[in-house]
Design a protein around this ligand. Structure first.
Ligand code: NAD
Length: 386
């Protein structure tokens, strides 16, 4: 398993190579300046020489060639720290930190690694933030998917599993949502994912790649063995998902939970979503991989088929955490839809998948256990790639 993510602790302007800030040269200091240039050139040459002699410089990636029975899978966007925690001594695993927004870097990685499968998770994924900063979403989701797909096509990678979302459907008139429900996304996040899907589907018409597009509904829960959990970067708390907000309220990091919108046309006035446990999501990926066929594209909803309201969610969260979370009712948030839940018939029939591990209160209880033991998440969060 690999990961494409890079710590970006510096702003873009200072990350770029610069000529040491030499914009203006005082004539009196010219000879000094030439001396500095010569010294810099000599140092650079020395560094290159030393690097070339280093054993790592010329050693090919362990994924540069195939061995019988070994499949090379590129996973984009899995939490870097999570993978490092799970595989402290990587052995055959290799971690690559790269920004998918940089096509040159991505192509270099593909040319150095013979990948068989790409599972493309990486994305900025906050509906609320997408309405405030739409261009970030089109670049990060749509444009980066294009970069990944181009690199796959150029380097002959044969299987693609794509993380899409129920947000591509928008707010359909008819529930539940099937895979043929028309897609009219209503926020930039959903639109960016829909555009990415369209790119993939157009590409597929003249390709023998095996493609699976999984449209997840709302993901909750965490690893039952307690190794993994949800740890959004602090600056995203304000846009965060309901589970994160409930836990933050239960931990007292925020004074209470803000429920945005209580006048929707739903049974109790709050939004209804189809929550799916992350363990079920993992199973769906395993099944999708098993059934991926060259030249075919499969599109599947990944949900339980049951909608739960925000009010129900909050009650389950109170029980799971044992904390009487304070709730504040606010007006609707832009970009939200009233009610969304899936019809998971197709994925059951074709991939033999159904949600086995999703139980709102139990999923939240497991996630809460991790939250309590990891007050600082995975430590210092890595900065977000573009
Ligand atoms: N969480 C949900 O409820 C949900 C629902 C539907 C679909 N999805 C999809 O599932 C996937 C994962 O979502 P998540 O909730 O875990 O999101 P997340 O924000 O928690 O994680 C996304 C990961 O992508 C990485 N990433 C983003 N831009 C990158 C870039 N340019 N280069 C490299 N890495 C980059 C981030 O560093 C992070 O590790 C996304 O594609 C999302 O759209 C999630």
């Amino acid at each position: 398993m690999l990961n494409f993510s890079r710590a970006r602790t510096q702003p873009r302007s200072t990350r770029a190579m610069s000529l040491g800030g030499i914009d203006y040269v005082d004539p009196k200091k010219k000879s000094n300046f030439v001396g500095k240039i010569l010294l810099a050139a000599a140092l650079t040459a020395l560094c290159i020489l030393m690097l070339k002699q280093s054993p790592r410089f010329n050693s090919p990636s362990p994924f540069s060639h195939h061995e019988i029975g070994v499949t090379h899978v590129l996973v984009t966007g899995g939490a870097v720290k999570v993978l490092q925690e799970l595989f402290p001594e990587p052995g055959r695993l290799q971690f690559i930190y790269a920004d998918l927004g940089d096509a040159k870097v991505v192509n270099k990685i593909f040319s150095e690694n013979a990948f068989d499968i790409v599972m493309h998770f990486a994305a900025v994924a906050y509906v609320g933030e997408s309405t405030l900063d739409p261009l970030k979403y089109y670049r990060n989701i749509t444009s980066n998917t294009l970069v990944v797909l181009e690199a796959m096509a150029a380097h002959g990678v044969k299987t693609f599993i794509y993380s899409s979302t129920c947000a591509t459907y928008g707010e359909p008139e008819k529930m539940p949502i099937t895979e043929v429900t028309p897609q009219f996304p209503i926020n930039p996040y959903g639109k960016a994912k829909k555009m990415a899907e369209d790119i993939i589907l157009d590409f597929h018409k003249n390709s023998d790649m095996a493609i699976m597009i999984l449209r997840y509904f709302n993901v909750i829960g965490s690893d039952p063995e307690g190794r993994l959990g949800e740890a959004p970067r602090p600056e995203l708390r304000v846009h965060g998902r309901i589970s994160g907000a409930c836990f933050d309220a239960a931990r007292g990091i925020i004074p209470g939970l803000k429920v945005t919108g209580t006048d929707y046309k739903t049974a109790d006035g709050t939004c209804v979503r189809d929550y799916i446990d992350v363990t079920d999501l993992v199973d769906a990926h395993v099944k999708a991989l098993e059934k991926a066929i060259p030249s075919k594209v499969g599109i599947y909803n990944v949900g339980t088929g049951r909608g739960r309201s925000v009010k129900e969610f909050v009650e389950a969260c109170k029980k799971a955490t044992g904390v009487n979370i304070k709730v504040e009712q606010l007006p609707r948030r832009p970009g939200d839809y009233a009610e969304v839940f899936s019809d998971p018939t197709k994925i059951k029939l074709e991939l033999n998948w159904t949600a086995q591990h999703t139980d709102l209160q139990e999923s939240l209880r497991i996630a809460w256990r991790w939250q309590k033991e990891h007050h600082n998440g995975y430590g210092t969060p890595l900065a977000m790639p573009s």
